[in-house]
Design a protein around this ligand. Structure first.
Ligand SMILES: [Zn+2]
Length: 332
């Protein structure tokens, strides 16, 4: 029985990570109200000028008027990819600085909020590895390294799928495939040789400092970049190693007997992911179980519209009761 687990933001939220809609508010509390970080001033300045003339931000509550962090990130990234400016105040050079600050903000906010993690990923990963007859595959849409740590905590190494295909990954020395479709805070991309280096700990926020000492593990080149990619812009990057991660994920899904979606919102903006999953389910079109674990009824309805009425829906968050439900559904 081959199982594939797809993790979305809701899974990390159960460990205390903020979700897209409250990310800026929480970032502001940690990184502005409770301690100043000079590198992040540009983020608050950008938001204060987001609507044209300055609208002051005085408290974390003011952040609720903005779009989600993903959309802000997307807009900034879009200008950079198209060589455009946002305004006279934010020409291209400042947008580059802003993007670096946003990655630092994402990384630092996840760091702070995950400090009190309750270890649910850890117990879940250990349980599914123990119960499964075949090693499971994990796909994550999150940048944080909670799942990576849980896999290592269970005594396995992670196989990120930069090379070869999913079959090689499975054959490869008992590692557990973990395909992170939007990048990861512990990856660095070398624009010189095109390789992605993996690190044990998060490096994304370090890659922007002038004195960064993170060199490419392949060619030792400098100027490595973070891989934190907004879903709508994934194709624009054209990083071949990341394309390989997507191909590996697609093959894993096509080989799966059961596909679990945990805390993933299936947002309409995630067209590349939805298209990839649907294509994989047709290659070949065989009987598979699609299991959805999500406390939001509207989201669950979206799953049924997208994948059919036969989806097994569990209206629940990523909790220990959920384990029991999964265990019950996996007893044959
Ligand atoms: Zn390199």
């Amino acid at each position: 029985m081959k199982d594939v687990y797809v993790f979305g933001a809701g899974a990390s939220a159960s460990e205390g990570a903020p979700v897209v809609s409250n990310f800026l508010r929480i970032a502001y509390r940690y990184l502005k109200e409770k301690g100043q970080d000079a590198d992040l001033e540009i983020v608050w300045d950008f938001l204060e000028h987001f609507y044209g003339s300055r609208v002051e931000i005085n408290s974390y509550r003011d952040l609720d008027r903005y779009p989600g962090i993903d959309e802000i990130f997307n807009i900034v990234d879009c200008y950079l990819l198209h060589n455009q400016a946002f305004s006279a105040r934010f020409p291209r050079s400042r947008l580059y600085e802003l993007k670096m600050a946003l990655v630092k903000l994402i990384s630092a906010t996840l760091d702070r909020s995950l400090q009190s993690s309750n270890g649910i990923h850890q117990s879940f990963v250990a349980q599914v590895i123990n119960q499964a007859s075949d090693l499971p595959t994990f796909i994550s849409l999150n940048y944080d390294v909670v799942l990576d740590r849980a896999i290592r905590g269970a005594g396995f190494e992670t196989e990120y799928g930069f090379y070869g295909n999913h079959s090689n990954d499975l054959a490869g020395s008992g590692k557990i495939p973990l395909y992170k479709l939007h990048g990861s805070l512990n990856w660095s991309y070398c624009p010189l040789c095109g390789e992605i280096s993996e690190h044990n700990e998060k490096v994304a926020h370090l890659l922007f400092s002038q004195s960064n000492t993170i060199n490419c593990e392949n060619c030792h080149g400098e100027n490595s970049q973070a891989i934190i990619i907004a879903p709508t812009l994934y194709k624009s990057y054209n990083i071949s190693r990341l394309n390989n991660v997507w191909d590996s994920a697609a093959l894993a899904i096509s080989r799966a007997d059961r596909l679990f979606f945990i805390g993933y919102s299936l947002a309409p903006a995630d067209t590349s992911i939805i298209a990839m999953v649907k294509r994989s389910l047709n290659a070949p079109d065989k009987e598979r179980e699609v299991v959805v674990i999500n406390p939001n009824r509207q989201t669950c309805q979206r799953y049924q519209r997208m994948f059919g009425e036969s989806c097994k829906i569990n209206y629940t968050g990523f909790t220990r009761e959920m384990f029991e439900k999964i265990s019950a559904s996996t007893t044959h």
